[in-house]
Design a protein around this ligand. Structure first.
Ligand code: ADP
Ligand code: ZN
Length: 456
């Protein structure tokens, strides 16, 4: 029977019972050796699948003289060529798909943060696997069938909306598919529906806090218990700020469209690193310059090979995201390794006076300073031959006295902290609350004026 017909016969009842009160699926706690056996079997399958069905991979493998039969151990993955974002763009829209269109049941696109969007496709089985991985994440964060889950991210082509929507439903939570925007209404919904768990970008959560305060609502009184925040880099100090303001527990959620979407890696109760579901992805960290594979604890670019994706198998996909593999076992009992929270995208790295700086490092410093409000912006300029950075910061209302000497003191204090933590002098410009742009999705913190030449 063809797969197409399959779509119209009644599907078997899907068992949605959790594995235990702690784990959604038994795979979360499989011994590492068993996970690795599963990985090897699946790696051999996916390499063969890509080779047989995607002309791009057949060529790429031939170029480096490798054949699917050469993959005999997990280490053999290092013989395979990398796939880059450019490869996906060059094959826009469906050129890297490995299944005929009739087997594809949905597409999504990336947000286009770094150029032309990438189109990704899913078979029915891909969706099943994805929903279950997302459900593992939400269950790990403590979301249960009695929770009210308000999903405040884009519901259309962005993967974050539908991905977590179906996962929360699968757990049996009551889902409020509110999407982004209309922040006052979002807050009203939270109060009226008894929302206990939210999903948004961390920057939108910060904005919600601000709007709640402007409505004379104390964010901690809303009743939120769990926050799932992701889709952009954020800092430990922003986590503390969100946890303290809303009285919730904030979890870091990582994913990318090319790897299905959210649900690739997520924090457990320890809130110290994100478990990557290695029964579905092989994780490597490579030096972004040389592509040499790095060991545990060494910071580099995250490379992922999805092991179960039918529609869009991507071999050794370079995510552009910078992190490292953490060494310790986790007290939660899950056997899947953890990556450190993403430091940033390799294309967001700024080099200022010879020092590499990521926006998340700046945020980490700023969010620890009480005078700093809820928004900031990093302006990059070129002065003469050098890159200069100015950080524009909104000062909290109560500190904005209008007295020049007060502002001067705050400015010096922030510049001092930045110098101490990052090691270079960074100019700070203070602005009034409400001056800088707010974001409902991914924040754009960097304003790059380096092509506007400023002579000295
Ligand atoms: P785009 O690359 O166009 O933004 P996506 O919408 O698929 O495409 O977003 C995926 C990217 O978002 C990741 O590659 C990563 O750079 C960023 N991202 C997602 N989750 C996190 C997170 N928890 N921390 C840091 N960055 C994240
Ligand atoms: Zn854990």
């Amino acid at each position: 029977m063809s797969h197409k017909q399959n779509k119209y016969i009644q599907v078997e009842y899907i068992d949605t019972m959790p594995h235990s009160d702690k784990y959604w699926q038994k795979e979360e706690v499989l011994p590492r050796r068993e996970l690795e056996e599963m990985q090897l079997k699946r790696l051999r399958w996916v390499v063969r699948h890509a080779y047989d069905n995607v002309p791009f991979y057949r060529r790429a493998f031939k170029n480096v003289d490798i054949h699917p039969d050469d993959i005999k151990t997990l280490e053999d993955i290092s013989k395979l060529p990398f796939t880059t974002k450019d490869h996906l763009r060059e094959n826009y829209p469906f050129g890297l798909f490995a299944t005929p269109k009739e087997r594809i049941v949905r597409i999504h696109t990336s947000s286009g943060t770094t150029g032309r969007p990438k189109v990704v496709g899913y078979t029915a089985r891909d969706l099943e696997n994805w929903i279950n991985m997302c459900a593992r994440c939400l269950y790990m964060a403590g979301i249960r069938s009695d929770d009210v889950f308000q999903n405040m991210v884009g519901y259309t082509l962005f993967t974050g909306g539908l991905g977590f929507h179906y996962a929360a439903e699968r757990i049996g939570a009551m889902v409020v598919p509110s999407g982004t925007g209309n922040t006052k209404r979002q807050i009203r919904f939270m109060l009226d529906f008894g929302t206990t768990a939210i999903h948004s970008t961390p920057s939108y959560a910060l904005h919600i806090k601000e709007v709640a305060e402007s409505m004379d609502i104390d964010p901690s009184e809303i009743g939120l218990k769990i926050g799932c925040f992701g889709a952009e880099p954020w800092s430990e100090s922003l986590r503390r700020k969100l946890e303290n303001s809303f009285g919730l527990k904030a979890f870091d959620s990582y994913g990318l469209s090319e790897m299905n979407g959210p649900g690739v890696a997520f924090e457990c109760e320890e809130q110290d690193g994100l478990h990557v579901w290695i029964d579905h992805y092989i994780v490597e960290i490579v030096d972004p310059e040389t592509c040499e594979v790095l060991g545990e604890g060494e910071k580099g670019e995250l490379v992922l090979t999805p092991l179960t994706k039918e529609a869009l198998p991507l071999i050794r996909y370079r995510t552009g995201d910078i992190t490292f593999l953490m060494e310790n076992e986790c007290s939660c009992g899950r056997t899947h390794p953890k990556i450190h929270r993403i430091v940033g995208r390799s294309d967001d790295m700024m080099i200022v006076r010879g020092v590499n700086v990521f926006p998340s490092q700046i945020e980490q410093v700023l969010m620890n300073i009480p005078e700093v409000g809820d928004s900031y912006q990093i302006v990059l300029k070129r002065v003469g031959a050098l890159d200069e950075m100015v950080v524009r910061i909104e000062v909290r209302d109560e500190f904005f006295t209008g007295e020049l000497s007060d502002l001067e003191r705050i400015k010096r204090k922030i510049e001092g902290s930045l110098k101490e933590e990052i090691g270079i002098r960074i100019d700070v410009e203070l602005v009034e609350k409400g001056t800088l742009e707010r974001f409902e999705g991914k924040a754009k913190r960097i304003v790059d004026l380096r092509n506007t030449y400023i002579s000295q």
